[in-house]
Design a protein around this ligand. Structure first.
Ligand SMILES: C[S@@+](CC[C@H](N)C(=O)[O-])C[C@H]1O[C@@H](n2cnc3c(N)ncnc32)[C@H](O)[C@@H]1O
Length: 275
């Protein structure tokens, strides 16, 4: 039996549960307890032989540098998966003097794995996992007063929901000039043309598009079919009427770490253009 195979179950089909077995079977668990880096290293080691969909160290470094520069009090991620980004970025926010990291995850099984890995990393109290759809959780974070503003938001979930969830934050008033920075993963691979087009468009272009009225469906144009089918599934729709705020001005740049086919899109809200 190889080191990465399950030890306590007969299932062989789910890499995420095997990851949990692999990490909790480590003989030196006492040394790993409380060390975010050791947990991250084990996830990266496991991912050399099994397919995981975590952000990884190269793109992760870009985000931790941004966290060190901006020093957010809170950070939100859309798509928590097994907790890799929550451990990496939650630890960075805590070290930068922040108060809370919100990890939004629709799949309760992934959230359970993430909880156990965050516990091992010593971040269980700092990272709050919200289980449910991101649009519902974002609305809850805003209306409860827990996160009235987006400081840094890492977007890494259902590809067609990147744009609608950003627009939901805009219409709630969570996107604030000089404060809010959005970091979107997988914009080149698998790719997210509607999101890139939106954050790179001018206020005039956005106002024109907004004349058509609220959006009730996801724009999937140019997003690979496999991403459209994943997670929420084909035919799903946003829970809210999506209006956005076309008057917000963004500066948006692609950040592609050397040797990677994928990249992050980093978008800063820099102003509001009055009519
Ligand atoms: C690419 S993975 C996230 C990887 C994670 N950020 C990391 O780097 O470790 C995408 C995750 O988003 C979750 N997801 C997809 N659509 C979602 C939605 N609408 N709301 C919340 N979570 C969602 C999936 O269940 C999956 O766990």
């Amino acid at each position: 039996m190889s080191q990465n195979e399950p030890t306590t179950r007969q299932r062989h089909d789910e890499a995420e549960l095997d990851l949990l077995d692999f990490i909790y079977a480590q003989p030196n668990r006492d040394e790993i307890q409380g060390s975010p880096q050791r947990v991250l290293d084990l996830i990266d080691e496991f991912a050399k032989s099994r397919h995981l969909i975590h952000v990884g160290p190269e793109k992760g470094k870009v985000v931790t540098e941004l966290i060190a520069e901006r020093k957010p009090q809170t950070m939100i991620e859309l798509g928590g998966y097994v907790g890799y980004s929550a451990i990496l970025f939650g630890d960075a926010v805590r070290r930068a003097g922040g108060k809370k990291y919100y990890s939004l995850e629709v799949n309760p099984e992934y959230a359970a794995i993430s909880t156990l890995l965050l516990d091992l990393a010593g971040l269980r109290d700092f990272v709050q996992i919200l289980v449910g759809r991101s649009d519902q959780s974002l609305n809850k974070l805003y209306t409860s007063g827990e996160a009235p503003q987006v400081e840094i938001m890492f977007i890494d979930h259902y590809k067609p929901a990147y744009t609608t969830d950003l627009k939901l934050c805009e219409q709630l008033g969570m996107i604030v000039p000089g404060v809010s920075v959005l970091v979107a993963d997988n914009v080149l691979y698998p790719g997210n043309p509607p999101y890139l087009e939106y954050v790179r468009s001018t206020v005039e272009q956005k106002r024109k598009a907004a004349e058509k009225g609220p959006i009730q469906t996801y724009n999937t144009e140019g997003i690979p079919a496999i991403s459209v089918r994943a997670f929420l599934g084909q035919g799903s729709t946003p829970l809210f009427d999506i209006l956005g705020d076309p008057n917000l001005v963004y500066e948006s740049t692609l950040n592609q770490p050397e040797g990677l086919r994928d990249a992050l899109e980093i978008t800063r809200c820099v102003g509001v253009q009055k009519a």
